[in-house]
Structures are given as structure tokens and as C-alpha cells.
Design a protein around this ligand. Structure first.
Ligand SMILES: Nc1nc2c(c(=O)[nH]1)N[C@H]1C(S)=C(S)[C@@H](COP(=O)(O)O)O[C@H]1N2
Ligand SMILES: [Mo]
Length: 331
């Protein structure tokens, strides 16, 4: 039986140390600490700093405002029969370090983020580079609904009905050259709008990458909406990547640049924690994170934990991408 909580999500039981706290501590101990770092550390470790933040202006989360309606949600479960995560949970429990490392404050902090006008530059090793306007991207390719499980590396997960189009359609249009081996993605860099980018813990902007064959896989989605509504800023508006068989951090938000390249991109997380986050980051219950197991996960809205599935349950669709490769080596 599936037991659902009555009242949205609760603060996670912090069975794991949140990433930013750990890195703060680690760098602190290394002595590589600037003045602002002390503040970050204090904020991260002080539970009161979480509650002092919940008074922001009218944002989606605080007003209950939703994204504009653009479609309908056809199903109530994914293909495994797992229930969709409540919309309110999807838009109020977010990882978006450009705003804050506090998941439950992202939605209010991101409320005023300007997502229009917006352009995405697609270039690098392609025959037809171009600037795409977001409105063009929304209408040029059929918007499909894709219900995907999202598995965060922190061992929580959701089931989200996305809307968008396969990245392969955009790539087909720009025509990667034979030398192109990887796709590199970049989030907007705008510290005035995204205060988290003023933090020197990370090398901004957020960067992610895929091997070209991963990028061309039919599951790989450029999402512009969820739950039949336009994306809200906290979920990566106006356009973000969704790669459901990889840990959530690969699904980069608010993309402004897509570049075809011949060498493996270095992602923000690879640079920040090279011993923890590899380029591939495929969901794999058998490969623990250095500090916690990945064998199980907490589905937001459920009680208890469930087993984590290899490739997040998408083995049939993606295992062939890694035939003959060592999945531990290639974490
Ligand atoms: N630019 C950017 N993209 C990002 C992140 C981020 O901090 N910045 N967080 C990632 C992580 S860790 C996860 S789990 C997912 C969360 O997506 P959601 O908030 O829409 O559920 O976004 C990913 N994309
Ligand atoms: Mo994540």
C-alpha cells in the first residue's frame, strides 16, 4: 500500500549531511576560507537561519501561485505505477544553488527571476549554430509530456510530469560535426539576480555535460514545463535539461548555452568535489557516495524508503550506452 502524507513535505530528517555544509566544513578545515565563507558556514550550520528566510515577497511558493496553464497532465502514475509527486512539493522543495542551498527557500528566493526575454545559444562543433529564442523553442518542437523519476544524489526522489522536447531534435537541427563528442550546457550567470553566484564555493556559472550519444538518447529532455504548466523559476525556467537515469545534478536549470565540444566538459560538481562526482553520475544503487549509501531513497510525499533502481529504472532504455564499460570506474 502506498501511504501518502497529508500535509506536503516535511523537513528531511537530515540522514545525510547536506552537500554545502560538508564542503564548507572541509574547506574550512583546509584553511582555504575567506571571510564570507565563515558566514556561509554559520548559516549552513545554524538551523535558525533556515526559518529566518521564510518571509520573502510574493512568490509562487508563498502565494500558492502556479505556473501558467499550457497543457494537461494525462496520467497519475509513471510507467512503474509510482504516483506523481504533489505539485506543491515539486515547486517548493528544490536544489538551485544559484539562489540558496536551502531547498525550502529556493522557491521564494527565485520568485522574481526574469525568464523572458530569454535566448539559448547553440553552437560549438555544429554546422548550423544559432541563437534560439525561448518562444521559438516552445513552438518549434512538439511539446511532449514525459513522466520521469528524479533521483537526487542526496537520496531523495520525486516523480514529475515534465513537458518539453527531446534534446536530439534540437541537435538534429544544428547538425553536430563529426568531431563533436560531448555536449556542454551552461546556466545563466547573473549574480545580481542569483545571489548564490556571489559565493566563491563554486565556479560559476553552473556547467553540465553529456556524451553525445547520451544527449541523443530519446529520454534526454529539454523541459519547458511541468504538470501542464510553464516552468517556475525554482524548477529551472524557462528551459532546463532532464536526464532521468542520472543523478539530479546533471539536469541543469535555466540554460543559456549549449555547446558541442570534442573533450569531456568539466561540470561545476566535478570541479567542486572531484573525488565525489564523476562526469557520468548514472544512478547506481551499487556504487555508494563516499559518505552515504545509494541503495535506497526517500520518495518525497511517502513514508519510509524504497530501493533505488539501477539507472533509476531506465536500464532498458540506456544500459546499451554503457555496454562493456566499468560503471564504477565511470561514475
Ligand atoms: N543551474 C542549476 N541546475 C541544477 C541545480 C543547481 O543548483 N543549479 N541543482 C540540481 C540538483 S542537485 C537537482 S536534484 C535538480 C533539482 O531539480 P528540481 O528542483 O526541479 O526538482 O536540479 C539540478 N539542476
Ligand atoms: Mo540533486
Amino acid at each position: 500500500m502506498l501511504i501518502k502524507k497529508q500535509t506536503g513535505i516535511e523537513i528531511p530528517s537530515a540522514e545525510i549531511t547536506p552537500e554545502h555544509v560538508y564542503h564548507s566544513r572541509r574547506r574550512f578545515m583546509k584553511g582555504a576560507v575567506a571571510l564570507s565563507a565563515t558566514a556561509v558556514l554559520a548559516a549552513a550550520c545554524n538551523p535558525q537561519s533556515n526559518t529566518s528566510n521564510n518571509v520573502p515577497r510574493g512568490s509562487a511558493a508563498t502565494t500558492g501561485e502556479e505556473g501558467s496553464e499550457v497543457g494537461q497532465v494525462a496520467a497519475t502514475t509513471d510507467e512503474l505505477g509510482d504516483s506523481l509527486t504533489e505539485y506543491q512539493d515539486v515547486i517548493t522543495y528544490n536544489n538551485y544553488y544559484e539562489f540558496t542551498t536551502d531547498k525550502q527557500t529556493v522557491s521564494s528566493m527565485a520568485g522574481d527571476f526574469v525568464t523572458s526575454p530569454w535566448q539559448v545559444e547553440v553552437g560549438g562543433l555544429v554546422r548550423n549554430p544559432g541563437m534560439y529564442d525561448i518562444d521559438d523553442l516552445r513552438t518549434r518542437f512538439d511539446q511532449e509530456e514525459r513522466i520521469y523519476r528524479l533521483r537526487c544524489v542526496e537520496a531523495w526522489s520525486m516523480v514529475i510530469p515534465w513537458m518539453g522536447f527531446p534534446l536530439q531534435k534540437l541537435l538534429a537541427e544544428v547538425e553536430p560535426l563529426p568531431e563533436a563528442k560531448y555536449v556542454r550546457f551552461e546556466t545563466l550567470y547573473d549574480p545580481e539576480q542569483m545571489p548564490g553566484q556571489k559565493s566563491s564555493w563554486f565556479e560559476w556559472p553552473y556547467v553540465e555535460g553529456l556524451r553525445l550519444d547520451e544527449a541523443m538518447n530519446d529520454l534526454t529532455l529539454l523541459a519547458t514545463g511541468l504538470y501542464g504548466k510553464e516552468l517556475l523559476p525554482q524548477n529551472g525556467a524557462p528551459i532546463r535539461l532532464v536526464v532521468p537515469w542520472k543523478y539530479g545534478f546533471k539536469s541543469i536549470k535555466s540554460i543559456v548555452k549549449i555547446e558541442l565540444v570534442d573533450t569531456q566538459p568539466v561540470s561545476l560538481w566535478m570541479a567542486a568535489a572531484p573525488n565525489e562526482y564523476g562526469f557520468y553520475a548514472n544512478v547506481n544503487p551499487e556504487v555508494p557516495h563516499p559518505r552515504w549509501s545509494q541503495a535506497s531513497e526517500r520518495r518525497i510525499g511517502d513514508l519510509g524508503r524504497r530501493e533505488t533502481l539501477k539507472f533509476n529504472g531506465y536500464e532498458a532504455q540506456v544500459a546499451s550506452l554503457y555496454a562493456g564499460e566499468d560503471l564504477r570506474e565511470n561514475f
